[in-house]
Write a protein that binds this ligand. Structure first.
Ligand code: PHE
Length: 344
C-alpha cells in the first residue's frame, strides 16, 4: 500500500469508528486515538519528514486534507451528541403541562368558629350586637356583682383559675360581661350577646374541658318579660337546629337570675323517641337562662323597679357536638387535622 493509500485507509477507519460513537465518553476515547498529539492522524501528518523529498509535497497535502476532514467530522459528531444529550435531558426533566394540577390544601374554619358565627348570625338578625368582655376578670365581676358573695356554695360549681394577683382570675363564665355591658350602656336598652372563652379548673373529660366557649345573651329594657326570653330562644333554636323545635324549660338556679331555668330541645338525633345521644330521655340540654336578678340589674346601674331583663348562656362546643354527633369535647382543641378537616 502506498503512503497515500494508507492515509485514505486511516481516514476511512477514523470516520467509521467516529460514526459508531454514541456518547461523550466514547467520543473522548476516539479523540485520544485519532486526534490527540500522539494520535494516529497527527502522527501520519508528521511522517512527511521521513519521506523522500520527491514524495513530500503530495503526501503533505493529502495528510493535511485528512487532518481537516477528520477534525471536521469530529466537530460535527460532537455537535450531534451534544444535541442528543440535551434533548434526552429535557425529556427526562420535562414537565407534562397536560397533567392535572395539584390542588393547594385549603384550610377550613374550625367547627367551633363555624358554630359561633352561626349563632352570631341568628342573634344578629334579631337585633343583638356582639359585646366583647374580658377573659381576665376580678372576683368582684365574676362572682360578687352576680350575687355570689365570698363563700357562696355556688362558686364551687365553677372551680376557678386564680392568678398570682389577689382577686384577679380567669373568668369561669361569660356572665361578668353582663355587668360590664350594663355599666357601659346605662340607661339605654340593651340587646347583646357576649361570646368568649371561659376557664375552669376541672378534670378534663369527654364532657368538660378546662377552656371552653360560652355565648351569653343579655336583654335589658323597660318591659322585658319571661315570654320575650322564651320567644327569643324558640326562634334561635328553630334557626340553629331546624324548624319546629320543641323547647322545655326546667326550673333551675343561678345566683344572678330569678327565676332561672335550664332549656332542653327535643333530641335532634331521634326527634324525641329516645337514643344514645339524649340518653333515652328524648331531650337535650342546651343552655341556662333566667330573668336578670334585681341585685344584678342594680349592680349594672339599672333600677329594677323600672327595668327588667333576661339573660342566657350556652356552650357552643356542646351545640357543635350535638349538631355533628361528636361524643368527646377534647377533639375540638387537640389540633388533629384528621378531625378538623371533616368540617367542610
Ligand atoms: N353563667 C351560667 C353558667 O356558666 C350560664 C347562664 C348564663 C345562666 C346566663 C343563666 C343566665 O353556667
Amino acid at each position: 500500500m502506498s503512503q497515500i493509500d494508507e492515509l485514505t485507509h486511516l481516514q476511512q477507519q477514523a470516520l467509521q469508528e467516529l460514526a459508531a460513537v454514541s456518547d461523550a465518553a466514547g467520543l473522548e476515547a476516539w479523540r485520544l486515538i485519532y486526534l490527540s498529539r500522539k494520535g494516529l492522524v497527527l502522527q501520519a501528518v508528521k511522517r512527511v519528514s521521513s519521506l523522500p523529498p520527491a514524495e513530500r509535497a503530495a503526501y503533505g497535502k493529502a495528510a493535511n486534507v485528512l487532518k481537516q476532514t477528520v477534525q471536521a467530522a469530529f466537530a460535527a459528531q460532537a455537535e450531534v451528541l451534544h444535541e442528543a444529550s440535551l434533548k434526552a435531558e429535557l425529556t427526562a426533566e420535562g414537565v407534562d403541562v397536560t397533567l392535572p394540577g395539584r390542588r393547594p390544601q385549603v384550610g377550613r374554619m374550625h367547627p367551633i368558629n363555624r358554630t359561633l358565627r352561626h349563632i352570631y348570625t341568628i342573634f344578629g338578625r334579631m337585633g343583638f350586637q356582639i359585646y366583647r368582655a374580658r377573659d381576665v376578670e376580678t372576683d368582684e365581676y365574676n362572682f360578687q356583682l352576680l350575687n355570689f358573695p365570698k363563700g357562696h356554695p355556688a362558686r364551687e360549681m365553677q372551680d376557678t383559675f386564680h392568678t398570682t394577683v389577689e382577686d384577679v382570675l380567669l373568668r369561669t363564665h361569660t356572665s361578668p360581661g353582663q355587668i360590664r355591658a350594663m355599666r357601659e350602656y346605662y340607661p339605654q336598652p340593651i340587646r347583646v350577646i357576649l361570646p368568649g372563652k371561659c376557664y375552669r379548673y376541672e378534670q378534663v373529660t369527654a364532657r368538660s374541658e378546662m377552656m371552653f366557649y360560652q355565648v351569653e345573651g343579655l336583654a335589658v329594657g323597660r318591659h322585658i318579660t319571661f315570654a320575650d326570653l322564651k320567644g327569643t330562644l324558640h326562634a334561635f333554636a328553630d334557626q340553629l337546629f331546624g324548624e319546629g323545635r320543641k323547647l322545655r324549660f326546667r326550673c333551675s338556679h343561678f345566683p344572678f337570675t330569678e327565676p332561672s331555668a335550664e332549656v332542653d330541645i327535643d333530641c335532634i338525633i331521634c326527634g324525641g323517641k329516645g337514643c344514645r345521644v339524649c340518653k333515652y330521655s328524648g331531650w337535650l340540654e342546651i343552655l341556662g337562662c333566667g330573668m336578670v336578678h334585681p341585685n344584678v340589674l342594680r349592680n349594672g346601674g339599672y333600677d329594677p323597679e323600672i327595668y327588667s331583663g333576661y339573660a342566657f348562656g350556652m356552650g357552643p362546643e356542646r351545640i357543635a357536638m350535638l349538631r355533628h354527633g361528636i361524643d368527646d369535647i377534647r377533639y375540638f382543641y387537640a389540633n388533629d387535622v384528621r378531625f378538623l378537616s371533616q368540617f367542610a
